[in-house]
Write a protein that binds this ligand. Structure first.
Ligand code: 13P
Length: 253
């Protein structure tokens, strides 16, 4: 039985003060939620504030990125140990914004996944196709190649504990989510690939999130799909009310 996991990706939003305000209202709204795992993904500078603010709540702390080296001359980077020290549970790896804007490649993403596991945290690996790739019928080959390269060397035990977020790039930040059928098909395809690459047990255990314009009004139909085990929420996670609504709608399914 896979427990649904709804996580926020705040991207480049919220100061520490704004994160504190969010928590004051959000904690209250989700305090009786027990059947959905909740994650919050602040910027690096707010991780400590959010870590303190969620103490004792069961809410998980998610970082948005990491470097794969432990230390050294890597100006501007943050190590897995530094994230772990702050109480980080999950690290988002390979988000399409990192791939597209910052030129992150599968080779780097694979190293990050290994580094996250080595430091006792779990990766949330993001995969997804562009609008152009979708239009030319390449969705499955793109997902297949990303998973094959990103999961290289990942053990069955590790893969079973990780999270994969299928985020079609054309649905991110547009207000137009994928249809439930397309979101389900992407997640099912990713699960089947994990089975092929790492093994059946890992494929059954790995949690597949959908991401891309999840809102309270479409949460029910998306989250009730058989291979969708939760969501990675951007814009709608910035407001405590709409993020809590998505979580409570999922819990009632
Ligand atoms: P939106 O929910 O704003 O579309 O963002 C999705 C996303 O990129 C989550 O990682």
């Amino acid at each position: 039985m896979r427990k649904p996991f709804i996580a926020s990706n705040w991207k480049l939003h919220k100061t520490k003060e704004e994160a504190r305000e969010f928590l004051n209202s959000f904690r209250e709204k989700v305090k009786y939620v027990s059947d959905v795992e909740i994650g919050l993904g602040p910027t690096f500078t707010s991780l400590g504030t959010v870590s303190d603010g969620i103490e004792g709540t069961g809410i998980k702390l998610c970082a948005q990125n990491v470097y794969f080296e432990d230390e050294g001359a890597f100006t501007g980077e943050v190590s897995p140990e530094m994230l772990s020290e702050l109480g980080t549970d999950y690290v988002i790896v390979g988000h399409s914004e990192r791939r597209q804007i910052f030129g992150e490649e599968d080779r780097t993403i694979n190293k990050k996944i290994h580094a996250v596991f080595e430091h006792g945290m779990k990766p949330i690996l993001c995969i997804g196709e562009t609008e152009k790739q979708r239009a030319s019928g390449e969705t499955e080959s793109v997902l297949k190649s990303q998973l094959k390269n990103d999961l290289d060397g990942v053990t069955s035990h590790q893969a079973g504990k990780m999270v994969i977020a299928y985020e079609p790039i054309w649905a991110i930040g547009t207000g137009e989510s994928a249809s439930p059928e397309d979101a389900q098909a992407g997640c099912k395809f990713a699960r089947d690939q994990v089975k092929k690459i790492v093994g059946n047990e890992a494929g059954e255990n790995v949690r597949l999130q959908y991401g891309g314009s999840i809102k309270p009004h479409n949460a029910e139909v998306l989250m009730s799909q058989p291979d969708i085990d939760g969501g990675l929420v951007g814009s709608a996670s910035l407001d405590p009310e709409s993020f809590a609504d998505i979580i409570t709608i999922t819990e009632e399914l």
